[in-house]
Design a protein around this ligand. Structure first.
Ligand code: PEP
Ligand code: MN
Length: 337
């Protein structure tokens, strides 16, 4: 429940109301929003609390949220979340491109690819150092060595880096090297990890779980915000359906829906969303047309030799070509790139 206060309410009146509501067992938090001072009541709202709210003269409006997410919702905050990572504005007018290989495979190849994607128009570098693989026998990533390569690539190119954090044990080390921490689809509902990342204060890119509804995805983001971390990017990366031509079914309708429901920036990952490099470009164009605030694209200089996800990785030349087409679509929908 949200309570929007009258503009002339005094600090004393608000403090007294908060105290009364807390005595009724509610958790109360306040924030200054465009619509005025907002008190947010969470937890079980008992009848005494309802009565307290309704009998208070300086409450301008009471909003009962029609869904379980609160802090991520646009009913709570109308203004879109915009934040900057290493000089790159996320959630603003410009569509942000994250690009790089699925995994950091070695220093020289990664630096080469980093320079190539920068030239091609990428704003942020991607590359996994800790990989969540379906098989324990597949390449698991270079670990901390991979993080060091990411950091070196950042200092050579000036591009900030995004990389996946797989578990509690690696949060500290990943946070030390990376600019954005990625929560993979498989970890979207790892609530204890989300709580820890919420406390880390580092920007987080949260992928939609492969079997998660939009509501569950937004609730996962709610965990991060409820711990005080507002620098969150939602990322649609395809969901599991009966369709087998694609690795996942990229749910582009999630883009306008998530943007209508939430003030958080929404990105799209057409690489994991389709599983085939040939479909990455058309789905990227469609994602920008649908209102995506950014894309995360797998690029590899030699996809056939990639240790992970080569089939869905674009060659750098194909990436350049795609970015030039994306510019036209971005312009059509009133964005730049
Ligand atoms: C990735 O981005 O490399 C990745 C593993 O993505 P997802 O969690 O969406 O499968
Ligand atoms: Mn991948």
């Amino acid at each position: 429940m949200l309570m929007i206060m009258n503009p002339d309410v005094t600090e004393k009146e608000v403090a007294e109301l908060e105290k009364r509501l807390e005595e009724c067992g509610c958790h109360v938090s306040r924030s200054r929003e465009e619509k005025g001072l907002v008190l947010r009541l969470s937890g079980e709202i008992k009848e005494e609390a309802e009565i307290a709210v309704r009998s208070t003269p300086f409450v301008k409006k009471v909003v009962n949220l029609p869904y379980p997410f609160e802090l991520v919702s646009r009913m709570y905050r109308e203004r879109r979340t915009v934040f900057t990572v290493g000089g790159v504005e996320i959630g603003g007018e410009k569509v942000v491109i994250m690009a790089g290989p699925c995994a950091v495979e070695g220093r020289d190849t990664f630096i080469q690819t980093a320079e190539a994607v920068k030239q091609g128009g990428a704003d942020i570098l991607r590359g996994g150092a800790y990989k969540p693989r379906s098989s324990p026998y597949s390449f698991q990533g270079l670990g901390e060595e991979g993080l060091k390569i990411l950091a070196e690539a950042r200092s050579l190119t000036g591009l900030p880096v995004v990389t996946e954090v797989l578990d509690h044990a690696s949060v500290e080390v990943v946070a030390e090297y990376a600019d954005i921490l990625q929560v993979g689809a498989r970890n979207m509902q790892n609530f204890s990890l989300l709580k820890e990342l919420g406390q880390s204060g580092k920007p987080v890119l949260i992928k939609r779980g492969m079997s998660a509804t939009i509501e569950e995805w937004l609730m996962a983001a709610e965990y991060l915000l409820s711990e005080g971390n507002g620098k969150v990017i939602l990322c649609e990366r395809g969901i599991r359906t009966f369709e087998r031509y694609t690795r996942n079914t990229l749910d582009l309708s999630a883009v306008p829906i998530a943007k209508e429901l939430s003030h958080l920036p929404v990105f799209v990952d057409p690489s994991h969303g389709t599983g085939q490099w040939r479909w990455v470009s058309p789905m990227s164009l469609a994602a920008v047309a649908a209102g995506a605030d950014g894309l995360i694209i797998e690029v590899h200089s030699s996809p056939k030799e990639a240790l992970c996800d080569g089939k869905q990785s674009l060659l750098p030349e194909k990436f350049y070509h795609m970015v030039s087409s994306l510019k036209k679509v971005a312009k059509t929908v009133g964005r730049s790139l």
